[in-house]
Design a protein around this ligand. Structure first.
Ligand code: AMP
Length: 234
């Protein structure tokens, strides 16, 4: 039975803080979140057939084929929709084709669900600086994110959450960052054009020069969380 009422999609370049905001919303507002990048990295580490199939794309900083992505995300939504009122898709859809597959899937399987897109706006130079400083937990089940510049762990190189060591993401190397950023504007333009054609609800958020607490406040305000609940959550 359908319980889910709203699905939020977070779309933005790598390093724009989608994952960080999604994790906070999950922890503090109880919104169930799927990070597609995180799920893909878990598959690679597990050595599954699917993991082997996608490994090369991840290493090159290229996008996984749309149909494979849509299948994986749809299975997750069907399961999560039974128990959660709101869901966040962190990093999906990323192409117009993925959006088309998702919207057709929702129209068929979850026709009453509202779909809302948040576009994270940030300049490339801020993204590059952030990704260069980013550290992640090496435990594939955790993948907590830190920054050498703005969010250091309590103990140098040790994850606050699970105690595993911290590392850099292999796709945060200078050459792969460049590749990921070079692909972004093309997909962004096509995706936003498609959303406009389908008259989707789209909100832009300027996230380059504000703190994550401010981004959280803005997002929760825009989704109608009352001020008192917002204050308790921060
Ligand atoms: P992220 O953790 O969101 O930066 O994603 C890491 C990598 O996972 C990307 O560079 C892509 O290779 C892959 N990926 C994540 N989400 C998607 C998606 N929606 N479509 C295609 N590839 C994806």
């Amino acid at each position: 039975m359908q319980q889910v009422k709203t699905i939020y999609s977070f779309f933005g370049p790598p390093g724009s803080g989608k994952g960080t905001l999604a994790a906070i919303c999950q922890d503090r507002l109880g919104i169930k979140t799927l990070s597609t990048g995180e799920m893909l990295r878990k598959h690679v580490v597990s050595g599954s057939d699917f993991g082997k199939q996608i490994d090369e794309y991840l290493r090159a900083g290229h996008l996984i084929p749309d149909e494979l992505m849509a299948e994986m995300v749809e299975a997750w939504i069907l399961d999560a929709a039974k128990t959660a009122e709101s869901l966040i898709l962190d990093g999906f859809p990323r192409t117009a084709k993925q959006a088309e597959l998702l919207l057709n899937f929702l129209a068929t399987k979850l026709p009453k669900v509202a779909f809302k897109v948040f576009v994270f706006e940030i300049e490339d130079n801020v993204v590059i600086a952030r990704l260069t400083e980013r550290l992640v937990c090496s435990n594939p089940q955790c993948q907590a994110v830190y920054s050498r510049a703005s969010k250091r762990p309590q103990v140098e190189n040790v994850c606050d959450r699970c105690g595993s060591s911290l590392t850099r993401r292999f796709d945060d190397s200078a050459s792969i960052i460049k590749e990921r950023l070079s692909l972004y504007p093309h997909h962004r333009d096509m995706l936003l054009t498609y959303y406009k054609e389908r008259r989707c609800d789209i909100e832009q958020m300027e996230v380059g020069s504000v703190t994550i607490a401010e981004v959280f406040n803005l997002f929760s305000q825009r989704i109608g969380i009352p001020p008192i609940a917002r204050e308790l959550a921060v």
